[in-house]
Design a protein around this ligand. Structure first.
Ligand code: KG4
Ligand code: ZN
Length: 404
């Protein structure tokens, strides 16, 4: 089974191609291509992701990213359809139909339409079995470009579509062992043991998800205000650091004293598995106002103390949920899962509290948005293949477990 996956839910334009054999725990997967084109530099100027600019960039980047992925994977049948022989009237009609359909599907993405006519229409269908596409949650204009692109490819190449929840993708990034890059060919995929728990922490989400089986999700708790990554980004802004702020905070924090400032640990003692980060962010704001102009040392200490407060809450709730539901696997996902303190401190706490549980962390380059995780979710999750692609829609506020 060969799956081509597309991800455009936020500011990353990504296409991946994988080849799989068997089912977990014996499944094997070969990563044929994993291309990510980031728009982060563009959005950094605005201090956050601007949805209509994200849409414009996805329209520009999708075709080149797709072509690069197909080339890397070596799955293109032949570069162009033969243009030597005079086209028969029947094939000519078919081509006209395709063009009309393409125009209809990409009615709202004229720039992408033009690029597809040039770069994709003359190509033969590649040797793939299905196209996986992120349908939500995410930014509506960004999601729709990807969804319409996937529908267009499905129509041109006569392939089924697999709609995927973006958060499920973050969970499935944990399936690949850390050394997946160093192996040239196939490798076994370590399977999740159920019940499993995943802490999803990104710029848009903070959720604790219990997984009782493939496709069986229960959201135990989520943020009531800011997402964890959003809090990192906002505090970074207050400190005059660039966007995205998470990596910048982590870098500064590495040289600071995490006990220098006693920031609050919001909802740490509450019985629920929900989170709240806006109070923590406000506490940092007032502390900064009181301090006036900051020295380097103070900046480092603020960053370290803020990071520790956020990590404390995330670790405590994850460990409590892991114990309460007696999970066999604990994992993390999303951009904030790149945070070394979070990864390490969660690992240490789990070792003490639940030594038998398996702790999986995704390879750092796979913590942020990518299409490889979408391909894995499509291959190993409980997916529904949509043969009638007209019914596939973007769902910006999609919940885990909701299969479109
Ligand atoms: O998953 P992701 O790439 O995109 C979303 O779906 O939001 O997550 C991006 C978020 C940003 O808020 C970024 O600041 C944060 O992940 N992030 C980090 C780190 N690396 C990225 N936060 C804390 N520590 C990091 N090392
Ligand atoms: Zn994400």
């Amino acid at each position: 089974m060969r799956i081509l996956a597309i991800e455009t839910s936020c500011d990353e334009t990504a296409v991946a191609i994988i080849e799989t054999e068997g089912k977990p725990p014996r499944a094997r997967v070969r990563v044929l291509a994993n291309v990510v084109s980031s728009q982060v530099k563009l959005h950094a100027k605005f201090g956050g992701v601007v949805p209509h600019l994200a849409k414009r960039e996805h329209q520009r980047n999708l075709v080149p990213v797709l072509l690069r992925a197909l080339r890397n994977a070596g799955v293109v049948s032949s570069k162009l359809k033969s243009q030597k022989s005079k086209p028969q009237p029947k094939t000519q009609n078919l081509e006209t139909d395709k063009l009309t359909n393409l125009q209809t599907i990409l009615e709202r993405e004229p720039d992408l339409f033009a690029r597809m006519v040039q770069g994709v229409l003359p190509m033969r269908a590649p040797k793939i079995d299905a196209i996986a596409i992120t349908v939500g949650p995410g930014l509506a204009p960004a999601l729709w470009v990807g969804v319409n692109f996937a529908k267009a490819l499905a129509m041109l190449w006569k392939k089924p579509l697999i709609p995927i929840n973006h958060l499920e993708g973050h969970i499935f990034a944990n399936l690949l062992p850390q050394n997946w890059r160093s192996k040239n060919f196939q490798f076994p995929v370590s399977s999740f043991q159920f019940p499993a728990l995943c802490l999803i922490v990104s710029g848009g989400h903070t959720e604790l998800v219990l997984m009782r089986g493939f496709g069986k999700y229960r959201v135990l708790g989520e943020t009531l205000d800011d997402a964890a990554g959003e809090a990192f980004d906002k505090v970074a802004k207050m400190l005059g650091l660039g966007f995205p702020g998470g990596p910048e905070i982590a870098r500064l924090a590495g040289r600071g004293n995490a006990r220098a400032f006693a920031f609050p640990r919001p909802m740490l003692a509450s019985g629920s598995f929900d989170f709240s980060f806006s109070g923590l962010k406000t506490a940092v704001f007032y502390t900064l106002r009181g301090l006036g102009k900051l020295g380097v040392e103070q900046k480092r200490n603020i960053a370290a103390s803020f990071q520790q407060a956020a990590v404390d809450v995330l670790v405590a709730k994850t460990v409590r949920a892991a114990r309460e539901f007696r999970v066999k696997t604990v994992m993390i996902g999303g951009g904030v899962a790149a945070n070394r303190e979070l990864r390490e401190q969660l690992g240490q706490s789990l070792k003490k509290a639940l030594p038998a549980a398996r702790y999986l962390t995704p390879d750092v380059p796979l913590t942020g948005d990518n299409a490889l995780m979408i391909a894995l979710a499509a291959a190993f999750g409980k997916k529904k293949t949509a043969r009638d692609t007209s019914r596939v829609r973007a769902d910006p506020s999609m919940r885990l477990g909701a299969v479109s």
